[in-house]
Design a protein around this ligand. Structure first.
Ligand code: ADP
Ligand code: MG
Length: 741
């Protein structure tokens, strides 16, 4: 780690990343291979390979003092380990390990963990965390947490993850980390985070933080170290996102739309209902963006049924009103078709007024649907209409971003994301900028023509509104969609009949449930029965749906008209069944999760989900959203005999609330952020310590700091070390915008 004298400046993370682990004493070829298995190739990887847990010796108990039924930590030496099969049915493999700490003896038993016999060899020092039992007159722990600690001393012993699998012991890793930290003390570790940030949040320095996370004096020391490193991780992510946001704002020219106008007013006036307060403020926020001269990039979050479509249409009409075009992109053809139909209905009788600038009188808004199902002739006609500016609104799938689709003056884009579009596709649509081909149309006169010519000349970027129906907790949204502004619709339109959710956990409950389903059908309504999710195989899932169908037809729902819907049916069969159900010619639809999105039958009032514990919260919430769409009261039955704490938490939450945002918080709590980060993980894999759930307030603080830095004197470029560090954690594509900043 000591090179030329000119290198005497403190070491950066970037430099650490160029130093292979083999520079350390005791790391040869073989150990380096083991480290590579756990993703550690250089000293930066090593220093950010954080302990999974800590054994806190200050909490250590003596075996002699353990209390039955209470959890405790003991440090013991293994005497012997043996294994045998038990006689019960099914037989289990039982590993028995005798241990002692000098004050007393303890027997530890493990069920079906054969490898424990090899792991726990006589003479080894281990930390056990578990509950004391007395079995056959002996002190015993069953399946305790085991940490191998070697001959580590010190009050707090760090335990590194997955060390056994890669043939690495936690104390070896601890030694290497210690050596890396000691050797970097010569030049010191650079701390690129401005001092005011550390002062403001009372944070320790970076070198202190690395020392404290790997070799804390106390758990409190570990906590302050963790806090500092969490801020660093979150700050890097937020700096990248905020820089990206500002970059787009600076480098693109948007359209200053004329938001107050007759078309939007006419649309709102003709709606058969009053807008909700949330819809009104969403529209106001969006209009503020639309009127500004830089392009909008806004996320509109709202639960299913919260009325996002109206907000989307008003956005698009604001563009049309000023002589531009609007595009609406849906994730599937079915949804595009549904939206096209719904939007045409909303626009019935709404006319583009004659503003005196064209030769034409008031005319209907021209709406077209463009998907891959549209025939060649229609397609040509629609494309020509788009290029000429005669089509006001186009609704479609990703077909909209294909080659050959040109707009004369695209002013606003709505993307109904439903988690299915990637960032790239969004960018592709944005890049279909307001400019179209340079064709002069002599019939076009007045303001409209002037505006579209101006747009063509400057290639202005349309405003973009992304909609998602999957509620995301605020801090997660800040991280996943941090380059967008966020608007939330929280309240549903008034007058919705509530959905009552029941957790069906016994035979008696289940009988009552089928009675209730028959009762709904008897009063002319319909029901869904969703089959267990079988993740391993669609084939098994289909078979189980068929079995349920046969069982219900012969038993609980005999005499009713049942339909079966699953993913292996051809699309014609699927449509035929859906059509029958929609027409009321089927009473009950037995289905797999194919009905999760887009199915809208207001007469359906009962939803039965079998083996509900196999579904995630978000999925159950979406399934439940298939009922409660009409004017009648609806019911959702979650059938599950599971009584694990996990099932208790998940199903309990669904019974408790129908608020998608509250459920999203519970989900984040239970599952962690991995699932939410999902597709937008790219370039955000730096979150090793930070948790969007536990560290909620730090996400907000990091974002605030990121804005202060990016918008501050000289921008992020005024902090070159910090800039380098942000770039270090991004892949090349993302770096490009950062450095162009
Ligand atoms: P989302 O797209 O958010 O799932 P939609 O826009 O499809 O929801 O709206 C769901 C239903 O509620 C539609 O039938 C729509 O016409 C209706 N709706 C929308 N806004 C209101 C409102 N303010 N009052 C009453 N009904 C509304
Ligand atoms: Mg919708």
């Amino acid at each position: 780690m000591t090179k030329a004298a000119t290198d005497a400046a403190p070491i950066t993370l970037g430099e650490l990343a160029t130093m292979p682990v083999t520079r350390l004493k005791g790391v040869g070829e073989r150990k380096a291979e083991g480290l590579a298995v756990v993703g550690v190739e250089n000293l930066l990887d090593l220093l950010t390979y954080y302990p999974r847990r800590y054994v806190d010796r200050t909490n250590e108990a003596r075996v002699r003092d353990l209390v039955v039924g209470e959890e405790a930590l003991v440090l013991v030496t293994v005497q012997r380990a043996t294994s045998r099969r038990t006689r019960g049915r099914p037989p289990k493999l039982l590993v028995t390990v005798d241990v002692t700490d000098g004050s007393g003896h303890l027997r530890v038993t493990f069920f079906n963990q054969a490898w424990r016999e090899r792991q726990l060899r006589a003479g080894m020092n281990v930390a056990l965390f578990g509950k004391l039992e007395i079995y056959a007159g002996r002190k015993q722990m069953t399946n305790p947490v085991v940490d191998l600690i070697g001959d580590r001393t010190g009050r707090i012993v760090p335990i590194y993850p997955q060390s056994e699998k890669a043939g690495l012991s936690t104390w070896e890793i601890g030694d290497w980390v210690g050596e890396a930290l000691r050797r970097s003390q010569v030049r010191g570790l650079l701390d690129p985070v401005p001092g005011w940030v550390l002062d403001r949040f009372d944070l320790i320095t970076r070198p202190e933080a690395f020392a404290g996370i790997h070799a804390p004096d106390s758990m409190a020391h570990r906590d302050v170290a963790r806090r500092r490193l969490v801020l660093d991780e979150l700050l890097r992510v937020q700096l990248a996102l905020v820089q990206h946001k500002r970059h787009i704002e600076r480098t693109t020219r948007g359209i200053a739309h004329r938001v107050a106008g007759p078309l939007v007013d006419a649309f709102v006036a003709r709606l058969p209902f009053d807008l909700t307060g949330d819809q009104r403020s969403a529209i106001a926020e969006i209009e503020h963006d639309l009127a500004a001269p830089h392009p909008m990039h806004r996320l509109l979050q709202g639960d299913v049924g919260s009325g996002k479509t109206v907000v989307a249409v008003s956005t698009l009409l604001a563009a049309v009103q000023g002589g531009y075009q609007g595009a609406f992109m849906a994730p599937t053809e079915v949804l595009a078709e549904q939206h096209a139909q719904g939007i045409r209905e909303l626009l019935l009788g709404v006319e583009v007024p004659d503003d005196g600038s064209t030769l034409f009188a008031a005319r209907p808004v021209r709406v077209e649907l463009l998907t891959n199902r549209v025939g060649a002739g229609d397609r040509r006609r629609i494309l020509a209409g788009l290029a000429a500016g005669q089509v006001d609104l186009v609704i479609g799938t990703h077909a909209l971003i294909q080659e050959g689709v040109e707009f004369r003056a695209l002013g606003a884009v709505v993307i109904d994301e439903q988690h299915r579009f990637g960032v790239e596709q969004r960018a592709a649509l944005r890049d279909k900028s307001a400019g179209g081909p340079e064709v002069e149309q002599s019939s076009e006169t007045g303001a409209r023509a002037a505006r579209s010519r101006a747009a063509r000349a400057e290639r202005m970027v349309p405003d973009v509104l992304v909609m998602t129906a999957t509620p995301i907790p605020r801090t997660a949204a800040m991280t996943v969609y941090g380059d967008l502004d966020v608007t939330v619709i929280r309240t549903l339109p008034a007058g919705r009949r509530p959905i009552t959710t029941r957790w069906v956990r016994s035979d008696t409950d289940e009988e009552a449930m089928w009675d209730a389903v028959r009762g709904e059908v008897a009063s002319g309504r319909q029901a869904y029965v969703v089959n267990p999710l079988i993740e391993e195989s669609e084939k098994l899932e289909v078979r189980s749906a068929e079995e349920t169908y046969a069982r219900l037809e012969a038993g609980e729902l005999a005499g009713l008209r049942l339909g079966l819907l699953h993913g292996r049916l051809g699309s014609a069969d699927k449509e035929a069944t859906m059509h029958q159900f929609r027409e009321g010619r089927l009473d009950v639809l037995v289905a797999t999760t194919v009905i999760e999105v887009g199915v809208d039958v207001p007469n359906a009032t009962a939803m039965v989900v079998l083996d509900a514990d196999r579904f995630g919260i978000a999925q159950l919430h979406q399934l439940r959203g298939r009922v409660g769409r009409g004017s009648e009261r609806s019911w959702c039955y979650l059938v599950s005999r599971s009584d694990t704490p996990e099932a208790e938490a998940r199903l309990g939450a669904l019974v408790e609330t129908t608020d998608g945002f509250a459920l999203a918080e519970v989900d984040l709590e239970l599952r962690g952020e991995g699932t939410i980060m999902g597709e937008r993980q790219k370039g955000r894999s730096d979150l090793k310590l930070a948790s969007l759930r536990r560290d909620r307030e730090w996400v907000e603080r990091a974002r605030e700091v990121a804005f202060a830095i990016v918008d501050g004197e000289g921008g992020l470029e005024a902090h070159p070390d910090l800039l380098d560090e942000v770039a270090l954690f991004l892949d090349e594509d993302d770096q490009e915008f950062l450095l162009k900043g």
